[in-house]
Structures are given as C-alpha cells and as structure tokens.
Design a protein around this ligand. Structure first.
Ligand code: PLP
Length: 416
C-alpha cells in the first residue's frame, strides 16, 4: 500500500479552486491561467493534425520534428549550445516534466533544496518521489532572491538537487546572471544536479531571463524544464519538455514518461510544432499586455486597499504577491479565519477567506507556498482587464472603510 502518498499534500491552489466553484460570478485571480487564446498557428496545426488522422501512437520521447524545433529553440534562445534533439523529452506540461525528473533523479531520503515560498507542486513532486524538500528562504527586500550564503549553508551530504524557479511563482523574483554564476559554483562544488524550472521564461518585465544551463559546463548537471502553457497560452493542452544530456538519467526519465503517458497526445504535439514554426510575435504581445495588467492591478490596489496590502510590482511572472498589513484584523468582526480544513489559523487564510466569501475575489494564501509566504496573498493578474477591474472594485467595497483612514498605514509600504 502506497501509504506515503497520504502525506503528499494536494496543492492548496486546488482546494481554493474547489472553494471558488461555490461562488457566483467569481473573479478568478486564484489560478495561474492566462486569459489569452492560443495563437492561430497552434489551432490550425491541431486542426490539420485531426484532419490528417494523426491520431495514432507516437515515439515515447516525442515527434521528431517537435524535438528538433525544441532543440533549436534551446540553442538559439536559451543559449544552451550543446542542446540536441536526442536530449529532448516531450511532456504533459511542466508539472509532468518535474514529476518525471524527480522520479528519475532521487533515491528515497535524498534532499532537494526548494525556495520558500515556492509553487506547491515542486515540493509535492519531490515527496511523490520519496525525496525530502528542504526549504531555503527568498528575501522580499532583495527582489525575492536568495541570500546565496544561506543557500550554500542549506546543502547537506544528502542534498542531490537544487530546484530553481526563475522567474518565480509566486513572487515574480528573477535570479540575476551573477546569482546563477554563484549557484553554478555551489552546484559544482557540492556535485549537485540543478532542476531549472523556466515556465515563465517569456514573462519578464524588468531585467532578463538567463538559463543556468547556458553557463559554462552547467548543461552537464542542469535539466531545464519548460512549458508551452504560459508562452503560447496552451495551459489546457498540456505540453512541455525537458532536455537531459546525461543518457542514464534520460533513460530513467523516458521510462517514467512511457509508464505514465506512453506518449504525449499526438495532436497536441502537432500544435507545439505549429507554435514553434509559426510567428513568435504572440510572446511579445502577451508580455506587453501582461505588463499593462500588472500596472493596472497595482494602481488599483493602491487605490482600493493601500492600507491593507503592500509590495513592489514583480519583475517577472504574472502574480501579485502582496504583504498583508499586520494590523489587519481578519475582516468584519475581526475573525481569525478557519484556515481551511487542515491549516492552523493564519492571516493569509483569513484574508483569502474574506476576499473569496465577501468579495468573490479568488486568491491564494501565502502560507500555501511555504512558511515564508505567511502574511502574504497571491493574485494572478493574467486575467482579462474587465475581470481585474471587477476584482478591484470589489476590493474597494470590502476595504473602503479601512482605506479612508491613514491611521494604520504601514510605514515604508510600497505599491507601485
Ligand atoms: C513555477 C511553475 N512551474 C511549472 C508550471 C507548470 O505548468 P504546466 O504544467 O501547465 O506546464 C507552473 C504552472 O503554473 C508553474 O507556476
């Protein structure tokens, strides 16, 4: 009996999603899904694949043309100069790629260093592989980046993998090239694998995205994980990929791919070919619109709830991870919040329940991303502008009374 699976938690995001189904006319700022549609290049490639009856079993690692296109993208865009179609495994989205990898890399009890806060499925997939997530804090004043000495001191003899996620969900922090150079040195020094989750590589507003696999020798020990979900608005189609240079690890991951999926849905893979062969301007169009939505949302929060939330606008990804003013007392009547079915009472749960139940505004409590996320709440600003405006109006109604007085404004709060 796989009793260990009982201690692998479902992501809190799923629990929130279920709560949201009970809300009439909700503002779905809880889920990390873009409101955009997939580009025509994807839709027509899928339609063509259906018309041509490309509905049969395929190579386990993926359609050769897709793997070639992915390898070329890794070389040209991510500067992973050694990337080869042979290294590529096409996955059922990024989450499946992470599942495959941790199954392929870990022995029971192996430690993986994970940022705190982090996207919950990262730790969930480590636990599902009987590994041990070891948390290392990200620091808000430093743009939600590591203290790299602290990161190095988290390494133990049991550490096998560093899981990196930049741009970062939920904070939007981006690791700089200098950060990655030092992390590369730590990985070499302690002989660690690096799993580099680059799901938001195209959602960068300030600074630049660097793939750690592009740093000298790092592709030998780095496995980059990508998804079509965010760059091409293909969240429901489920398409992602890994690139693994090491043949033994690649073979292990291929076994996991085979036994979990046999191959990724044929027509979706043809959609991926359409995405990569087609015009790439959608990426820039999405990014510009996301930047406008980010600015709209932060301006709106400053207007609607300046005394309740604070935080700088993120450099990347599409989430507002906002600090809750500690003087906020948990909604009307000052309830502390139940914290859901298995959580201790927490400000972030109290705030989440208040926003969902009283304001119809979906969001995720910071504590679901790790202890270091407590005191924060995450909103996704990739929803369309009308939905964001509706949520902001609702927030204004909820917090208007609080916002009208300056008495509790936290010192040094920033909303920009
Ligand atoms: C940090 C991070 N990695 C990976 C993913 C995987 O996305 P998907 O499974 O849709 O490809 C997500 C999705 O939200 C994410 O936030």
């Amino acid at each position: 009996m796989a009793v260990y699976l009982d201690s692998v938690p479902f992501s809190g995001i799923i629990r929130i999603r279920d709560m949201m189904y009970a809300v009439t006319n909700p503002y779905r700022l809880d889920q990390g899904d873009v409101s955009f549609d997939a580009p025509d290049s994807v839709k027509s490639a899928i339609a063509r694949a259906v018309a041509e009856n490309r509905t049969h079993y395929l190579q386990t690692n993926g359609v050769p043309r897709l793997r070639e296109l992915i390898a070329a993208k890794l070389r040209d865009k991510n500067r992973v100069t050694d990337a080869d179609a042979e290294h590529v495994l096409v996955t059922n989205g990024g989450i499946h790629g992470l599942y495959m990898l941790f199954q392929a890399l870990l022995e029971p009890g192996d430690e993986v260093i994970v940022p705190d806060p982090a996207w919950p499925p990262a730790a969930g997939n480590i636990l599902a592989a009987k590994g041990v997530p070891v948390l290392c804090r990200l620091h808000e004043p430093d743009g939600w980046r590591y203290d790299l000495d602290e990161l190095e001191s988290t390494v133990t003899p049991k550490t096998r993998v560093l899981y990196l996620n930049s741009p970062h969900n939920p904070t939007g922090g981006i690791l700089t090239r200098a950060d990655l150079e030092r992390i590369a040195a730590i990985a070499r020094e302690h002989n660690l694998w690096v799993v580099s989750d680059e799901a938001y590589e195209d959602v960068v507003f300030e600074g630049e995205h660097t793939s750690i696999a592009s740093i000298a020798d790092m592709y030998e020990r780095t496995i980059p994980v990508y998804t079509f979900s965010k760059s091409y608005a293909m969240t429901g189609l489920r398409l992602g990929y890994l690139s693994i240079k090491d043949p033994a690890i690649r073979d292990r991951a291929k076994k996991v791919l085979f036994y979990t999926a046999s191959n990724i849905a044929s027509i979706v893979q043809y959609g991926g070919i359409g995405a990569l062969e087609g015009p790439q301007d959608c990426i820039e169009v999405f990014r510009a619109e996301l930047r406008a939505r980010r600015d709209l949302f932060y301006r709106g929060v400053a207007d609607a709830a300046r005394d309740v939330f604070s935080g700088a606008a993120p450099a990347g990804a599409f989430y507002a991870f906002l600090r809750i003013n500690p003087t906020w007392k948990g909604g009307p009547g000052g309830s502390s919040g139940s914290g859901g079915d298995r959580h201790t009472p927490s400000a972030s749960w109290a705030m989440t329940e208040h926003l969902i139940k009283q304001g119809r505004i979906g969001c995720v409590p910071g504590i679901d991303f790790g202890a270091n996320g407590e005191g924060y709440v995450r909103f996704c600003f990739a929803r369309d502008r009308n939905e964001l405006i509706g949520a902001l109006d609702s927030m204004k109604t909820l917090f208007g009374a609080v916002t009208s007085g300056d008495a509790h404004r936290p010192r040094g709060s920033s909303l920009r």
